[in-house]
Design a protein around this ligand. Sequence first.
Ligand code: NAD
Length: 430
Amino acid sequence: MSDDSPFLSALRRLDAVAEVVDIPEETFLRLRHPKAVLTVSVPLRRDDGSLEIFTAHRVHHNDLRGPGKGGLRYHPDVTLDECKALAFWMTCKCAVMDLPYGGAKGGIAVDPKSLSLLELERLSRGLIRRIAEFIGPQLDIPAPDVYTNERIMGWMMDEYAHVVRRHEPAVITGKPLALGGSHGRSDATARGGYVCIAKLAEERGWKPAETTVAIQGFGNAGQGIARLLDEAGYRIIAVGDSSGAIFSEDGFDVPSLIKAKNETRKLEAVYCEGSICDQVDANRISNAELLELDVDILIPAALEDVITTDNAANIKARTILELANGPVTSDADDILDEAGITVIPDILANAGGVTVSYYEWVQNRSGDYWSADEVRQRLENRMSYQFDRVMELAAEKEISLRMAAYALALKRLGESAEAVGTRDLFNGKD
Ligand code: NAD
């Protein structure tokens, strides 16, 4: 693994946490080694009759607290090492939210926008046939991530049922409602992030109309948080997607932005062909400029590693809500801390998604389905409760919210490691 390996970079945060909290040494040892990794080739018969082979990975990082849980990503840059980092974050995120899950993640190295709708379906079903023995309701439960969505989850669940020859909706979450999905899953990631902002706003006395926001990424997470903040009266002054970003000093009318972006779906209900930059008449800026805008709240909601040692010193936002996984590299943490920027870390900020995925899994397994209000209430209660635990720990130890979130996760993982026995137990010291 190279020094800039995403997995090594992710693990570096463990060293910092080990210095401030007392966690059994073996917990760290366990977290440094993913439990199992699987790499497969997925053949795809293209519409023109040709055959193409794609590489896919699935990583089980840790299952001390329960079966693996984590998304499936379709992106040309997907690598095994990136999946390991994303799976490690899932282990920590599920522990922060006190969900009975471990961490997993996977993806296919593919540009899904280059596929037809039928090719996309064949590829998704082909992936499930290849990884069917590696996933399952008690083993590893995939979900949507970058460039995968509920329609794709529906195909995958259907294919899994063909492979195992029984209906098994709890194998995958983020499904359409009509196929056993849950109310509130589609905007769960954003809603969880919104709870964090609302709690911080209450504590710090923010006035929404005077609070400016920039959002990088305008897909599931980015659009959802834009809508919720707009409804609460915040001023969204910049949004971006893979092609660039747009800026408006006065703030955007968010419903029309979302409409414009989604009007250009290339494949029915899957991808947007047009960039927000081409759809809306506004000042164009680059994604790099968006990150450095003088705003109150910056929300990275696209890919990892966008704030690094190269640009961290230029960040002017007072608060960063990490809706994306891993948007800040571990070596940039100190620069943001020293600048007094509050970072609500990914393993807390975007945990609303996995929380409602958990509710979906519970509903699938019990056969008892909940109303939208019930899902929302449960999500808000859990987010709010765990947010308070992280804030308390940060205040008590005088550490950042990121360190506190990791410390909370490691404490819970450490309790599980101790329950199965550490060196002290086997040496008769317990
Ligand atoms: P999505 O596919 O719905 O949207 C991704 C967005 O990112 C799109 O608007 C795309 O144009 C934009 N994008 C892609 N490459 C970009 C680039 N180089 N620069 C700027 N923008 C770029 O994905 P999503 O589900 O919204 O996921 C976004 C992030 O949130 C990811 O880091 C994902 O891991 C994280 N996340 C998602 C969920 C979920 O439930 N969907 C849960 C937790 C975390």
